[in-house]
Each structure stands twice: as C-alpha cells, then as structure tokens.
Design a binder for this molecule. Structure first.
Ligand SMILES: *Cc1c(COP(=O)(O)O)cnc(C)c1O
Length: 375
C-alpha cells in the first residue's frame, strides 16, 4: 500500500510543545490561564478585532452567539445551506428553526438574492428571522458587502461563520469581522489547530465578556457558587491554547502553503476540459483551506467526481465530495429552504483535493498524475 495522503492533517510549527511545557511547568492545566489570555490577544491582533473569547469549539461559539442574540424556542434563524452541519446544529440546540438559503456561483456561499427572498417570505408569514449565519466555505469569502447591506436593511444581526476562513480577507479586512460576531474553529483539520477549539470574536466588548461568563457556567459574583442563568462548560483549556499560540506564529506560512497547493493544482490540471476551480472575486483573498474542483461529466468525456474520488482512494489518497447541503440532509429536511439548487449541483459534482500545508510536491504530483491518468 502506498503512503497515505490526507485531505488536511495537523501541521505543527515547532513552538507548540514549548508552550505546552510552560503550561505544565506552571501547573496551569485548566480551562483558564496565561496561554488562554495570550491566545485571545494574539487572535485579536491577527484578525484586527477588538475582543476574543477562546472556547472549546467553533460549534460552542455559534451556540453562545445565538444565545446572546436572544434566539429562543420557535424563533427562526437563517443559515447558509451549503456548509458543515456545525453551522446549523446550534440553532436546533436552542429549539429554534433553521431557514436554509442556497449559494450563488461566484463564491459558492450564501446568495444575497435568495437571502432577500427568504427574509421577505418569513416576514410575510409573520416571523422576522432573529439572526443570519453566512459561511466563508473552504476559506472563500462570501459576498459580505451585499449580505450585510440586506441584513442592515432588515436590522437582523449577522453571525459570521469563519471557521474555515482564518487568514482570509475582503479588501484586507479579516473574514469574521464584518458581522455582529464572528466564529473561528481550531479543530484538527482546520488551517491551524489546537487539537479541538474555537473562538468568538467581536468588536463589542459586551458580547465577549458575556460569552466568557456563559462559557464558565454563568457564575454570579459571590464567594459561593451562585447562578442566575443557565451556563455552559465551553471554555478553552490552557493546554490547547498553548498549542494555538505556537500555531498562530506560523499561520501566515500556512496560508501561503495552502494557496501554493491551489495554484499548483490549477497549473497542472487547467488544460483538462470539464475540471473547474473556484477563482477569487476582485478584492477577495482566500486562505485556500481546501482546494476544490467541480467536474462536468458532459465536458469531461463522461468522467465524474466519483470516478476521480474512487481512483484517488485506490491510491490511498483521501479526497472528499463537497459538503452535502443542509436542506438535503435527512435531519434538516423538514425545514424551509430558499434557492435554485446551486448548492445541490456543487455537491453532486464537486470534490475537495488533498490540501494540507504539510504536503510535499511529490504528494501533489501523485494526486495530479492519478487524476490525469483518467483523462
Ligand atoms: C469546523 C466548522 C465548524 C465548527 O467548528 P468545531 O470547532 O469543529 O466545532 C463550524 N462551521 C464550519 C463551516 C466548519 O467547517
């Protein structure tokens, strides 16, 4: 069996273990400590946001954001359909109703046109959505300007899911800093990892201090344990934050390496009819977390996404279909959906190629050779 090539595996920078050792040496083995504080400051600096709460996951960050926006049972929340289920699950944790909106073709992210239709329809039916969750999928910025204009027009707050987009920007401004709150993830497969973790970012201090309060079991100020609201155990561990601090030091390199993978693939495959990539729109900068292709069997001599995926799999190379949209998921199928099927077509024809920042050129060449052999 040939050596495994992974889709996206952790890539340590070198100082992570040193910082973890510091956590051990000072006995800060807890969901608080100097590395948590330091990681929050580093993240604020990197993203250009004012306030950051380091949390146990990106999912918990979305959950807390919804709670702070007052989302309750029976409320409706608009969510991009083309995403990972973690964008939508916390809506249901609150007993609220996800309303899914389709993608547009330029960024594969939330369509401003379908967003407007969804909001108008829900208001007509007597319910104004409580929040909007757009996603910068695969690191590609969504059409934030157009989406924010609509959100502002209807006065609906935006929770920006930038879990896959740390290092991505629109006209130099970091993804995650456009909405009322932004969400980051440091899961093992993301562009940098703390093994598992996430963060909530915001310019309003109120959100972040409240997020820290809720994430540590909502303890009132008192010498004893007193609670006036329901809390959660969502804080990041000081050991994980130590890993995160080492990872942040190399984040600019990781973005460069992932972008280099993308351009390598484009160069090597651009002459194959029926294989297409997702270019950046003007002013958009993607961290290229994953390199994605779409395969049009009509142009590709009948070859499909699955043909490529299975051929790579036989070579011990991991690749993966694009996210299956939420409105097509069994668990979400009863919820409203607004769109024209764009995300469904992407799911049918799209594939994520191995994209780790730790891939060697010979790994990329192995992937490319296999794909080319099919054509
Ligand atoms: C990874 C991810 C999340 C959730 O992050 P976790 O840290 O895994 O909870 C949310 N949204 C998207 C789009 C993601 O890719």
């Amino acid at each position: 069996m040939k050596e495994k090539i992974w889709l996206s595996s952790p890539h340590m920078g070198g100082n992570e273990q040193l910082y973890v050792q510091q956590a051990f040496d000072t006995n800060w083995i807890a969901p608080l400590g100097p590395h948590v504080d330091g990681f929050e400051k580093d993240l604020a600096m990197f993203t250009g946001t004012k306030h950051v709460a380091a949390l146990s996951s990106g999912t918990s960050a979305i959950h807390l954001a919804l709670i702070m926006l007052g989302v309750q049972a029976g409320d409706e929340v608009i969510c991009q359909s083309f995403t990972f289920s973690a964008s939508a699950n916390p809506i249901v944790y609150q007993g609220a109703i996800p309303v899914f909106v389709d993608s547009e073709k330029d960024s594969w992210n939330m369509s401003p046109e379908h967003l407007r239709t969804a909001i108008t329809d829900r208001i007509q039916k007597g319910k104004k959505p409580k929040a909007i969750i757009p996603v910068h999928l695969y690191g590609m910025p969504c059409k934030m300007e157009a989406l924010m204009a609509i959100a502002n027009e209807f006065e609906i707050p935006v929770i920006e899911d930038a879990a896959e987009a740390l290092g991505s920007t629109i006209n130099g401004k970091a993804c995650g800093t456009f909405g009322e709150m932004g969400v980051l993830s440091f899961n093992g497969n993301k562009i940098i990892t703390t093994s598992g973790g996430g963060a909530l970012i915001a310019d309003k201090e109120m959100y972040i201090s409240k997020a820290r309060f809720l994430a540590t079991q909502a303890r009132d100020t008192a010498p004893h344990y007193q609670h006036s609201s329901i809390g959660y155990n969502y804080r990041m561990s000081n050991v994980c934050a130590a890993i995160g601090r080492g990872q942040l030091e190399v984040l600019p390199q990781r973005v460069e390496q992932r972008r280099a993978n993308y351009f390598f693939y484009v160069d090597a495959l651009k002459d194959i009819r029926g294989i297409d990539f997702l270019p950046e729109q003007e002013g958009y900068f993607s961290n290229r977390w994953l390199t994605t292709i779409t395969v049009d069997p009509l142009l590709a001599g009948g070859k499909t996404r699955e043909d490529i995926r299975l051929a790579l799999d036989a070579e011990n190379i991991e690749s993966r279909p694009l996210w299956k949209p939420m409105h097509l998921q069994p668990v979400f199928k009863a919820y409203p959906f607004f769109g024209d099927g764009t995300s469904g077509v992407l799911f049918e024809n799209g594939l994520c190629l191995p994209s780790g920042s730790n891939l060697a050129e010979r790994d990329l060449v192995r992937v490319i050779d296999k794909i080319r052999s099919l054509f």
